[in-house]
Design a binder for this molecule. Structure first.
Ligand code: NAP
Length: 285
């Protein structure tokens, strides 16, 4: 791999992928959403910072046209699509507009990247790694919009892989478990704010779920962004990539349980970490 495009490059896993690729001497197209983020990377003549907003079709198309111009006919070898958002909230308490925002950015954003990637990667063994999550396989409380978006990406990837068989390109899904990035830490204040806005009735119905989730995202679990980037690189660099890469022990375990267990048993497993009933002596805060 010597030309790599990374979306969601300003922070977290995408940022680590960019830095690791620059250190190896690859040519990197680092895709950021905000103009001001161009200065976040190590200086290198092999770095090109490109702006795209995954929520807008025109912005993604214009960004890829800029990449074509910079490549000047050279092939693009790989794309790691990391850009995504996650805003937790119970289905009953979350506005449809918030679901639209998450599904547009994550699922339709991946569709926009897929459509741009296929013609640019085919014919020379190029590869697209779509970063989903263990939540692309399983479904968890308070993550309805995020899970729906990641399940949609998994389905789009399977469909595109089957539609492009024989075209000499690879479409791969990477499913990390918990990774210590802003995506995790940014959720704690959002959940706290939700809790504080709840009516007494809503608090009675959902308070413990939000309280438990708050503790979960405030905890120290998860692998580092660098370890996750190394896992994604396996998909980017394998001579014959698999269709799916599960990254982290939690992803492997939850995906396995979700595939094997009957739904009601999986409900029980999920309720061991998050459920809506207080345990003895437990309070919401
Ligand atoms: N962290 C985890 O526990 C975890 C677990 C499993 C899977 N994942 C997946 O791994 C990927 C990377 O996540 P991360 O943890 O590195 O998250 P992160 O630190 O929050 O970074 C997300 C990146 O996506 C970009 N982004 C968000 N909305 C965008 C938009 N509309 N257009 C373009 N870029 C946009 C952000 O740009 P701004 O800086 O401009 O906001 C940011 O650079 C995501 O697909 C995520 O779902 C994460």
């Amino acid at each position: 791999m010597s030309t790599l495009l990374v979306t969601g490059a300003a922070r977290g896993i995408g940022h680590r992928l960019v830095e690791r690729a620059l250190a190896r001497g690859d040519t990197v197209f680092a895709v950021v959403r905000k103009d001001g983020d161009a200065g976040r990377f190590s200086a290198s003549p092999k770095l090109h910072v490109v702006r795209m907003d995954m929520a807008h079709t025109d912005s993604v198309a214009q960004g890829f046209a800029e990449v074509d111009r910079l490549l000047a006919g050279a092939p693009l070898q790989a794309i790691a699509h990391c850009a995504a958002i996650s805003i937790p909230g119970a289905i009953e308490l979350t506005e449809v507009a918030e679901f639209e925002q998450i599904i547009n950015t994550n699922a339709l954003g991946s569709l926009r990247v897929l459509k741009a990637a296929i013609p640019r990667l085919r014919g020379h063994g190029g590869r697209l790694v779509l970063v989903t999550s263990l939540w692309g396989q399983a479904s968890g409380a308070l993550l309805g919009a995020y899970c729906a978006s990641k399940h949609a990406i998994e389905s789009l990837a399977d469909t595109a892989r089957r539609e492009t068989m024989g075209m000499n390109l690879h479409i791969v899904v990477a499913e990390p478990g918990v990774v210590k990035t802003d995506m995790l830490s940014d959720q704690a204040p959002a959940v706290r704010e939700h809790l504080e806005r709840m009516t007494a009735e809503q608090r009675g119905l959902y308070g413990f779920l939000y309280g438990r989730y708050f503790k979960l995202v405030s905890g120290a679990g998860g692998i580092t962004a660098d370890a996750c980037a190394a896992g994604i690189e396996r998909a980017l660099r394998a001579a014959r990539p698999a269709a799916r890469y599960r990254i982290g022990g939690d992803s492997k375990l939850v995906c396995l349980l979700d595939a094997l267990l009957p739904d009601r048993w999986m409900d029980w497993v999920m309720a061991r970490s998050l459920n809506n009933k207080p345990m003895a002596g437990e309070s919401i805060r």
